[in-house]
Design a protein around this ligand. Structure first.
Ligand code: NAD
Length: 482
């Protein structure tokens, strides 16, 4: 078998045992660049789910009492194995997600960083010694692993988003039942394999695929699961948070975004447009932090629109495996339909299509990099998360007008501004409602920085010490001499 070939049948991991298609229903995995079926995925049965839960419970006893330094050693070894296998994992990622190979390699770099960061940071899970209320009394707080975790992730950065949860949970001493997206399973299988080969004990990490609502419901309702960590859309996040609330279980919700970019009239237009084009069309716009609404001040509106349009037109769209490709297809037919619908609606609402606007070719989920100008403030595309390579441009005159429009959605994940004036930058960072803010810059999420949405974009944080704290419970201990 070619080393990079997509596995024709994929596997679940339950209680340290790889389980294949035999005796299970299956789902197709489709290459978004060709629309061809490339593999089949087993659907977890209720018995698989229950056995994964029992295994996560049993493994928690020993894994949570393994020292943070030993757990770190396992994570570092997993990072070394992933690095050694990176070409194969990146290739699988491109085949199932569509992103260009160089971007898939970049995602692997971020996986390594997440593992290394969590391994080291968990060694610093310090408690506190309180000033005692009486002599010879020791009063302290300690952080302890919260328990087995249910982790659910989407398909846009399937390996990184899974790695970030698994690394933080395992480093903190938790065990995990992971359910990645059914659309992009193989790279996650390899991620999990690396953890197993690195010495994560049987049951400490379980991997399920299948019918998402059935799996999540069973996991959340189980008394074994003590924490839910979800990355995905707002509607599914709301559903899972409601289920978690019924069982009084803490949850971390990393949900959708609709990031505004305010471009002020004092900018270097070419520089700003280049930065915006590079981040906008990354992963074909399927990024939660993607700039997705451009508010451009009147003085530079025309020049900015022209330059962004030129840059969008120049992008080479194609199969992610081809070396020249800068933007791949959308990951699935649902995104292609949503992109077409949002552009049609915007056009009907008065927007002008500067470039792109529709599907490219007849095979593969390719959508042209699109720039829309003169978009009215009431347009649907400014309210609904687009998650596609479409850049709607809206004009504005005053600072207050721009901030009001930027804050006028239910989302509050990321926001950006381009200006050379410090007063504008300072006021923007103070008044904008977002958890991830960029001034004259875009930064993908970092392992050592907390990312957390405001408003409907989420609850809690991932990344940084805050991300590890999310997997720990704080206990107060008062100990006196007998
Ligand atoms: P999604 O919510 O449809 O799916 C995410 C996960 O939930 C997948 O594992 C999926 O199988 C599962 N799921 C889907 N329906 C479910 C249901 N009814 N019950 C239980 N589980 C269910 O999201 P998506 O379309 O795959 O991903 C894109 C979304 O993820 C976008 O909204 C994007 O902004 C968001 N996202 C957020 C972040 C962040 O850090 N805030 C990062 C990446 C993506």
């Amino acid at each position: 078998m070619n080393d990079n070939a997509y596995p024709s049948s994929l596997e679940l991991l339950v209680a340290g045992q790889w389980r294949g298609l035999a005796g299970r229903d299956s789902l197709p995995v489709v290459n978004p660049a060709t629309q061809q079926e490339i593999g089949r995925l087993p659907v977890a049965t209720d018995a698989d789910i229950d056995e994964a839960l029992a295994a996560a419970q049993a493994a928690f006893e020993s894994w949570s009492r393994t020292s943070a330094w030993q757990r770190a050693a396992v994570l570092h070894q997993a990072a070394r194995l992933i690095d050694a296998r990176r070409d194969r994992i990146a290739h699988l990622l491109t085949l199932e997600n569509g992103k260009p190979l160089a971007d898939a390699q970049g995602e692997i770099d971020r996986v390594l960083e997440a593992l290394q960061y969590c391994a080291e940071e968990a060694k610093r899970a310090y408690g506190r010694i309180l000033p005692p209320r009486a002599p010879l009394l020791v009063q302290s707080t300690v952080k302890r692993a919260i328990g087995p975790v249910a982790a659910l992730v989407p398909w846009n950065f399937p390996v990184f988003l899974a790695a970030r949860k698994v690394a933080a949970a395992l480093a903190a001493g938790c065990t995990v039942v992971l359910k990645p997206a059914e659309e992009t399973p193989a790279a996650c299988v390899e991620l999990v394999r690396a953890f197993v080969d690195a010495g994560v004990p049987p049951g400490a990490l379980n991997l399920l695929y299948g019918v998402p609502a059935r799996i999540s419901q069973r996991l959340i309702a189980s008394p074994v699961i003590r924490k839910i960590s979800f990355t995905g859309s707002v509607p599914v996040g709301r559903l899972l948070a409601t289920q978690a609330a019924q069982h009084l279980k803490p949850c971390t919700m990393e949900l959708g975004g609709h990031a505004p970019v305010i471009v002020f009239d004092d900018v270097d237009v070419d520089k700003a447009a280049r930065a915006c084009a590079a981040f906008k069309f990354r992963n074909a716009g399927q990024v939660c932090l993607s700039p997705s609404r451009f508010y451009v001040q009147s003085g530079v509106q025309e020049a900015f629109t022209r330059r962004l349009t030129e840059l969008a037109k120049a992008l080479r769209v194609g199969d992610g495996l081809l070396p020249d490709t800068q933007m791949g297809p959308l990951q699935n037919a649902r995104r292609l339909e949503a992109a077409s619908r949002l552009v049609e609606q915007a056009h009907g609402e008065g927007a002008r299509v500067e470039t792109g606007g529709g599907r490219l070719g007849r095979q593969g989920f390719f959508f042209a990099p699109t720039v829309l100008s003169q978009v009215p403030a009431s347009a649907r595309i400014l309210a609904e998360e687009p998650f596609c390579p479409v850049a709607p441009i809206v004009g504005f005159d005053t600072f207050d007008e721009a901030i009001a429009q930027a804050n006028a959605t239910e989302f509050g994940l990321a926001a950006y501004a381009f200006t050379q004036r410090l007063d504008r930058a300072a006021e923007f960072t103070e008044r904008i409602e977002a958890g991830w803010i960029g001034v004259n810059s875009f930064t993908p999420s970092l392992s050592d920085a907390p990312i957390g949405g405001m408003k409907d974009s989420g609850l809690g944080y991932e990344g940084g010490p805050e991300g590890l704290d999310a997997y720990m419970h704080i206990r107060f201990i008062s100990q006196a001499n007998a």
